[in-house]
Design a protein around this ligand. Structure first.
Ligand code: SF4
Length: 353
């Protein structure tokens, strides 16, 4: 069920904009009041912010702009340089698409991002949310992107009782209804800021919220129970073995993962399949591309969005001529290793002797 806020649809937006003019967050990619945002900055920040917090993105955003001040500079960079600079932001498919997108904008669009959602959607790595965010924030188009913050504000404002993710389309529709013709870009950023600073997930500060008189969840009590969510599924644990393969001259084998799938295109310490279930030491030892493999003490633990991972490490000299690159033990920093593989490297360096 959706309850209507007490006031007219246009009222919340007017109040929100007034609040935004006084309380807007200062963010590195955001234009000063009255200035036009740089589409390159907006796009870069939006791609980085997918699944990553504002606090983390700040540093990466500054580093990217220093290295690649324009989209043309980013397009001219090598993919490996971009992946390297992306380390720590996770979801490397985004970095590969970022680079691909920069090449399309630089090579086919004279370095200028298009201004409509439909055109933006054609760019690599730009989905409906990102297209809407760029169209609204950089081009002041009446788009209504819904990120986690906006989703929460809208779900509470209208007390949307339907559970996520089924409620998403209803929330998008309600968000569209709130979007004003004037200052749609500021409206979007205002809703984002309200969600981030006032209408927070656990303890919304309704007493200081400019929308409290319009908010159905506040009126009904327990606004923090919105948006409604199904109980969380347990994350399964997958297990596998990483192979610490030495050439006998102080170098370790790294290989590139397949382009598609988890950590696609990233360098890794080779490993077995990661599966749920018990440890399969015998199988792993038999399949290890190592001569006289020995298991290092302890294990490496890492958590991905959908599963926990436990890796044990088998070390030894290489068997035959494996595919990959030999990396001297003091040169791991030259490679774009994902966090889980950095943990494997640290663990092996500590225990392999
Ligand atoms: Fe969120 Fe409370 Fe404001 Fe409603 S009144 S939008 S729940 S902070």
């Amino acid at each position: 069920m959706v309850r209507q806020p007490a006031q007219q649809m246009t009222r919340p937006s007017a109040k929100l904009l007034k609040w935004y003019d006084r309380h807007r967050r200062v963010l590195p990619w955001r234009a000063a009041p009255g200035d036009r945002a740089d589409p390159y900055h907006v796009w870069l920040s939006e791609i980085m912010l997918q699944q990553t917090t504002v606090a983390t993105v700040g540093r990466y955003f500054a580093e990217f702009l220093e290295k690649w001040p324009t989209v043309n500079d980013l397009a001219a960079a090598k993919l490996d340089e971009v992946l390297h600079a992306w380390q720590g932001l996770g979801y490397y498919a985004r970095a590969r698409n970022l680079h691909k997108c920069a090449r399309v904008v630089a090579g086919e669009l004279n370095g200028a991002f298009p201004g409509t959602e439909a055109q933006l959607l054609k760019l690599p790595g730009v989905g409906p949310y990102t297209a809407g965010a760029i169209a609204a924030i950089a081009f002041n188009r009446p788009a209504s992107p819904v990120d986690g913050n906006i989703e929460r504000v809208v779900a509470r404002l209208f007390a949307v009782d339907e559970e996520l993710p089924a409620a998403k389309s209803r929330i998008r529709e309600l968000a569209r209804g709130l979007t004003p013709k004037k200052r749609p870009g500021d409206h979007v950023q205002a809703a984002m800021d309200l969600g981030a600073t006032v209408c927070t997930p656990k303890k919304p500060a309704c007493a200081i919220c400019p929308l409290s008189a319009d908010c159905a969840a506040f009126a009904a009590g327990e606004p923090e129970t919105y948006p409604r969510k199904p109980p969380k599924a347990e994350r399964p644990t997958r297990r596998g073995y990483a192979y610490w393969i030495s050439d006998g001259n102080g170098s370790i084998l790294l290989r590139r993962r397949a382009e598609e799938g988890l950590l696609g295109g990233m360098m890794e310490v080779p490993s077995s399949i990661w599966e749920e279930g018990d440890w399969q030491s015998d199988k792993a030892l038999a399949a290890a591309p190592l001569r006289a493999p020995r298991e290092l003490p302890g294990m490496v633990r890492h958590t991905f969005t959908h599963f926990h991972l436990e890796l044990r490490v088998l070390a030894g000299r290489s068997k035959g001529k494996p595919d990959g690159v030999w990396c001297p033990v003091d040169r791991f920093g030259d490679h774009a290793l994902p966090t889980v593989m950095k943990k494997v490297v640290r663990h092996a360096l500590n225990h392999a002797g």
